[in-house]
Design a protein around this ligand. Structure first.
Ligand SMILES: *Cc1c(COP(=O)(O)O)cnc(C)c1O
Length: 392
């Protein structure tokens, strides 16, 4: 069967479907570090890449491979590889593609950990990093046109949900021969497929929506085979490999990916609409609202607006503390993209790595609440927010 046509079908079947040992219909967890051979010729052929197979789990593993195939098919990429965390996927991708003397262009609003790679580690490698104002596409195009090896984008951004025009900026990057990398963690292939918009590589924290249950960490990279092969080789040597156990949990989580994302989209929209009409709320940041400054671009490049939003309170940080304390249907915790609603101020979650000054420079109000709408009943989430806001 063609598992690539519909996302719902691909979520369940892609990369799997063949019966495993003893006729198991579920991908077994191969907790084996190494793989043995009866015939020496087989061993040599697999080791030399002449025959498919597995040698050692730092390189490949039969539980991890179906996960890589699943994301490859869902995103429409040529090749995919995996990592122990999302940050391992992002840092290994950048370290594999860049060398001293290269130039990388990105935006100021990337995920806090990615921002640290840009401002701390890449400069140490003599890579020149230029971080542009996220919403000024003309300025990004100007920087890119000066020449760069990598254009690194993330959209929507964390935590103020800015939208970046992937198609427009990918064109500018390709005009100077740059590689376009997009962090698609907030969307998953259900809501946005960057490769179809011109990206060369897509990176994920699988810890978030792909796994979806806040019980396993992982990272994935998917895209052009020649590039993924270079990144795989770097990871094979530096060793931030994904283990079989979390891979099996992520594969299980991904079977309900489309179902969950459709519900996250509905709940994100319902909660954003409610907050936009609330007298104690100052601003709501959600790309699905028509008043979002880049709603038109979001509508063009996204198939759904997701479950992530943020909002600021007129009462400032004191009100933030009261509202957070009063919410019952939300874990007050870092992370996002889980079946259960997660809530927190960016200064203890996505941007905990930044100083107060760095957060201010990034335009993140200290009185902001980031809200990752889960898959609960939307009316219940709204009633919970209503009672918490009443105390603020
Ligand atoms: C969480 C996150 C990451 C990092 O992923 P880890 O699995 O925590 O290492 C990267 N990018 C985005 C957008 C994220 O939300």
């Amino acid at each position: 069967m063609d598992t690539t046509t519909n996302t719902g079908t691909a979520s369940v079947w892609a990369g799997e479907g063949k019966l495993a040992s003893e006729g198991a219909i579920v991908t077994p967890v191969y907790n084996s570090v190494t793989f043995g051979f009866e015939a020496m010729d087989d061993w040599f052929d697999v080791a030399l890449g002449k025959k498919p197979g597995h040698i050692y789990s730092r390189n490949t593993n039969p539980t991890v491979r179906p996960l890589e195939d699943k994301i490859r098919i869902l995103d429409g990429g040529e090749e995919a590889t995996s990592f122990s965390t999302g940050m391992a996927a992002i840092s290994n991708t950048l370290f594999a593609l860049l060398k001293a003397g290269d130039r990388v262009v990105s935006i100021k609003d990337t995920y806090g950990g990615s921002n640290k790679v840009f401002i701390e580690f890449l400069p140490r490698m003599q890579v020149e990093v230029h971080l542009c104002d996220t919403s000024d596409f003309a300025a990004i195009e100007r920087e890119v046109s000066k020449g760069c090896t990598v254009l690194y984008l993330e959209t929507p951004t964390n935590p103020t949900m800015k939208i970046v025009d992937i198609e427009r900026l990918a064109k500018a990057a390709h005009a100077v021969g740059a590689i376009v990398v997009v962090d698609n963690t907030f969307n998953t292939p259900v809501n946005q497929r960057p490769l179809a918009l011109g990206a060369d590589l897509v990176v994920y924290s699988a810890t978030k929506y792909l796994n979806g249950h806040s019980d396993a960490m992982g990272g994935l990279v998917v895209g052009r085979k020649s590039l993924v092969d270079r990144i795989y080789h770097y990871r094979e040597i530096t060793g931030a490999s994904l283990h079989a156990q979390p891979a099996s949990m992520i594969v299980r989580g991904m079977k309900t990916l489309e179902l969950r994302m459709l519900r996250h989209n509905e709940n994100g929209m319902a909660v954003a609409r409610f907050l936009a009409g609330h007298p104690k709320v100052d601003q709501v940041f959600y790309p699905g609202l028509p008043e979002h400054p880049n709603h038109a671009i979001a509508k063009k490049q996204m198939h759904g607006f997701g479950g992530m939003l943020s909002f600021s309170l007129k009462g400032g940080f004191d009100s933030v503390v009261v509202v957070l304390q009063s919410l019952k249907l939300a874990h007050k915790a870092a992370s996002l993209g889980s079946v259960g609603t997660l809530v927190g101020p960016p200064r203890t979650t996505s941007h905990v790595e930044l100083s107060a000054q760095e957060r201010a420079d990034a335009g993140i109000p200290e009185g902001l609440i980031r809200y990752s709408a889960g898959i609960e009943n939307a009316d219940d989430l709204i009633a919970d927010l209503e009672q918490a806001l009443a105390r603020a």
